[in-house]
Design a protein around this ligand. Structure first.
Ligand code: GLY
Length: 360
């Protein structure tokens, strides 16, 4: 095997965005994935770039804001390499907020909502209007994969990383196809990041999300996202899924189970109907689930792995992997090349999970 500069485990949106960034900086990059690239949460996601969702931990905002600012360049790079344009699907989100936090200036009135969307019935919800984009993660996945294939990035599907160890200034990476040495190793394996024996101390666990898609009735010309803490409705307005909407999602702590239960989909549909009664008439297309990589504090884990020289980790993006991919690629590439970071990474330090370990 050749010796790349950097080896990445996990060809999801985080791993491949980082691979593109490092390739752009002149690095030789190999990416391993235990299955097909972009086939897990990267394609299951709804695609809301929800930097201002009130349910996000406040410490996430600087990284989320950085990522939003990098998104146009990220999509341009993907377009230049792949020839594929990934458009924003929506530009506005109606976000429900608890009554006590809605401010007079940002709060929409029922009249405003009726003007925007005649079908919306905000009986139990008060909404604010967010300038927020969404995109179709499946469109992005296919363009991103084409972009990676247009480079010299060595992408190896169906090749799990079995173990890694630091040897001098290199990392030895073992896969079923052999052993490789790289200067640096980055674990971007999402919900599976802690499943491999070499990173047992990082508490990343899967949080299952079930969701489904519908054909929007012609009476519902929907061009914006509607979101409450319990349900979201995300219309697709361009591309192969135009006229459809994604409705999600459950948040379940039951391990690596991806079974879709019709009763859970029915419950999501009932929640969506309380917001938009015409959803009751919408024909269901698909139902699926994804496994979000979650940490105990809801924040990503970005940085060097303590006690394992030349090992890095970038996972734990939970509900915001699509949003945070460009910023994660940016700050992790800065760490790898030894540049100062664009934003304070201390809230995301892997060290926060090691501080309480007993001394050996
Ligand atoms: N990003 C939406 C979700 O986690 O359901």
């Amino acid at each position: 095997m050749q010796h790349p500069d950097v080896c990445i485990a996990g060809a999801g949106i985080i791993g491949l965005s980082l691979a593109l960034e490092l390739h752009h900086r002149g690095y030789r990059v190999t990416v391993f994935d235990q299955g097909e690239p972009l086939s897990e949460s990267s394609s299951a996601a709804a695609g809301m770039l929800a930097a201002h969702d009130p349910d996000n931990p406040p410490q996430l905002l600087p990284l989320a804001t950085l990522s939003l600012s990098l998104y146009p360049d990220f999509l341009n790079r993907v377009r230049t390499l792949s020839g594929r344009h990934v458009p924003f699907q929506t530009h506005t989100t109606l976000q429900s907020v608890p009554l006590h936090t809605a401010t007079a200036s940002s709060e929409l009135t029922t009249k405003d909502l009726t003007h925007l969307l005649p079908a919306l019935t905000p009986r139990e919800h008060r909404f604010i209007l967010l300038d927020e984009h969404s995109l179709d993660p499946r469109q992005l996945a296919s363009a991103l994969l084409a972009a990676v294939h247009a480079t010299t990035i060595d992408l190896r599907p169906h090749t799990p990383v079995l173990s890694t160890r630091s040897i001098g200034n290199t990392v030895e990476i073992t896969t079923p196809s052999g052993t490789m040495h790289a200067a640096q190793f980055i674990n971007c394996a999402g919900a599976w990041a802690a499943a491999s024996s070499h990173l047992l101390n990082i508490p990343v666990t899967p949080k299952k999300g079930q969701m489904f898609s519908v054909v929007l009735p012609p009476s519902l010309p929907m061009h914006f996202v509607v979101r409450t803490p319990d349900v979201y409705i995300v219309p697709r307005t361009a591309g192969p899924a135009a006229g459809h909407a994604i409705i999600g999602a459950t948040v379940e702590d039951i391990g690596f189970d991806k079974i879709v239960h019709p009763s859970d989909i029915d419950r999501l549909r009932s929640l969506a109907i309380t917001l938009l009664p015409v959803i009751a008439e919408a024909h269901q297309l698909e139902a699926w689930s994804g496994l979000r990589p979650a940490t105990p504090d809801g924040l990503p884990v970005l940085g060097a792995v303590p006690g394992q020289p030349n090992h890095f980790i970038a996972t734990g993006h939970y509900r915001n992997g699509i949003l945070l991919a460009p910023a994660t690629a940016n700050v992790m590439a800065q760490l790898i090349v030894g540049e100062a970071s664009s934003t304070d990474l201390s809230p995301f330090s892997p060290n926060r999970f090691f501080a309480e370990l007993p001394s050996p």
